[in-house]
Design a binder for this molecule. Structure first.
Ligand code: GUN
Ligand code: ZN
Length: 430
């Protein structure tokens, strides 16, 4: 049966502006497609739909997290002085444990369950180098009902012994996973996942580029996150003009490629990203937590690059996209403060909200089907008890929708998310 939800509805119109229905009626077909959103009372028009009155609540699109690491969730919140030592001390030893299926299974269940509890309805996720663990991650994502793009990490050089792969085997394992999972139920997809240039040979990256184009799958990797990482990378690929040029020449940039971090790009690198229509996963929480730097959001926005938000757990200390939006704005303020007037405009509330929803959908080539509440799109949305975080419980001043959204970004967490819907179906009921 179709459904009608009445609530304060906030969705993004574009990067700069919001679409607000106060209150609005969200009409959803029994197949989980949005039929109409309007301030008009649509109950008479859709007589056979079941009506749900959430007048005291807010409805917004589900969040899209475009960069995170499933195996790292268990050590979330534990940092280290720099990226490369952090990888050696926490990440690699933990990822080695995913050889054991029980560990992979428990971790994946917990991870996808917690993602949806945090209001994330679409995720782009790294697993480990293990094929079986990646297969298990897909199975758990399927059970959790989340929309997800998942990939087996690939690393065939300068890697710890227990994680190092053979080039051909790494490609062959990925192809098997692609054939099994890419496009499964129209909700699960595959991303080739070369970890970063340091741990990937030229041959591996070239192979990925060729197969990805043929199979129309995603590619996710890290780019220009940390000064030391950049220096090591440049030494390993002396024939390339820049870090970005390595990926360009290897043939792994394109509209379905998602590059995490992108903090220290020069103008030529920005041009390559633009020319190839590659996408950026902005990870402000992680960038600060691991002391890597601040991505120049305003500059990239002015270049019209495609940008979404990634929690980068466990480089980032939280799976919450509320937190990620807040960090994105606060990081942009720091950059403005320290730029001595060169950067004038901080990230706005509407921009942060866009990055966490429609911007993320754009990064994942899913803008026509998710990311905002519009006719014809899939009904991925959240019902939020926003009054809980208002000291006056909605009875005082400051109830403009933009003010409510600002409070949500700065004070919201998973406890105020009442229900999560994917394709119109309620998930995560426990
Ligand atoms: N660069 C290569 N691997 C990783 C990782 O697991 N996390 C982060 N933040 N950066 C990386
Ligand atoms: Zn990462």
């Amino acid at each position: 049966m179709g459904k009608i939800y009445k609530a304060l509805i906030i969705s993004s119109k574009n990067e700069k502006s919001l679409k607000i229905f106060n209150p609005g009626y969200l009409v959803i077909s029994k197949k989980g497609i949005i039929e109409e959103v309007s301030e008009k009372d649509l109950r008479k028009k859709y007589k056979n739909h079941c009506f749900h009155d959430f007048s005291n609540y807010l409805i917004c699109p589900g969040f899209v997290d475009v960069h995170n690491h499933l195996p790292q969730y268990v050590f979330v919140g534990i940092g280290e002085k720099a990226l490369l030592p952090w990888l050696e001390k926490y990440t690699f030893p933990r990822e080695q444990k995913f050889e054991k299926k029980e560990i992979a299974s428990l971790s994946a269940k917990l991870f996808f369950n917690d993602l949806t509890k945090n209001g994330t309805t679409t995720s782009l996720t790294y697993v480990t180098v293990h094929k079986a663990a990646t297969d298990i991650a897909f199975e758990c994502a399927k059970k959790s009902k989340i929309r997800a793009i998942i990939g087996k990490v690939m690393m065939d050089q300068y890697s710890p012994k227990l994680l190092a792969e053979r080039t051909e085997a790494s490609l062959a394992d990925s192809v098997e996973l692609i054939d099994k999972w890419h496009g499964y139920n129209d909700r699960l997809f595959y991303a080739f996942t070369p970890r970063f240039a340091i741990t990937c040979s030229w041959k591996l990256m070239r192979g990925i580029g060729k197969i990805a184009a043929k199979k129309n799958v995603y590619i996710q990797t890290h780019l220009s996150e940390n000064i030391e990482e950049i220096n090591v990378t440049k030494k390993l690929f002396p024939k390339c003009k820049s870090y970005t040029d390595i990926y360009y020449q290897a043939g792994i940039l394109g509209p379905k490629t998602i590059l995490a971090h992108c903090i220290y790009l020069d103008q030529k690198e920005v041009k390559l990203i633009k020319k190839t229509e590659s996408n950026i996963a902005h990870c402000p929480t992680s960038n600060r937590f691991l002391m890597n730097g601040i991505m120049p959001f305003r500059k990239f926005r002015e270049e019209n690059l495609s940008i979404g938000l990634g929690t980068d757990v466990a480089g980032g200390y939280s799976l919450s996209m509320f937190n990620e939006m807040k960090e994105a704005i606060e990081n942009s303020k720091s950059l403005c403060l320290f730029s001595r007037g060169r950067i004038g405009q901080t990230m706005t509330i509407a921009e942060a909200f866009y990055l966490a929803t429609l911007g993320g959908a754009e990064v994942l080539s899913m803008k026509d089907s998710i990311g905002s509440l519009e006719k014809g799109k899939r009904a991925d949305f959240l019902i939020i008890d926003h009054k809980q975080i208002d000291p006056m419980h909605g009875k005082g001043d400051y109830q403009e929708p933009e003010q409510i959204l600002s409070r949500l970004i700065y004070r919201g967490d998973r406890s105020i998310i009442k229900d999560v819907f994917i394709d119109g179906e309620k998930v995560n009921r426990e």
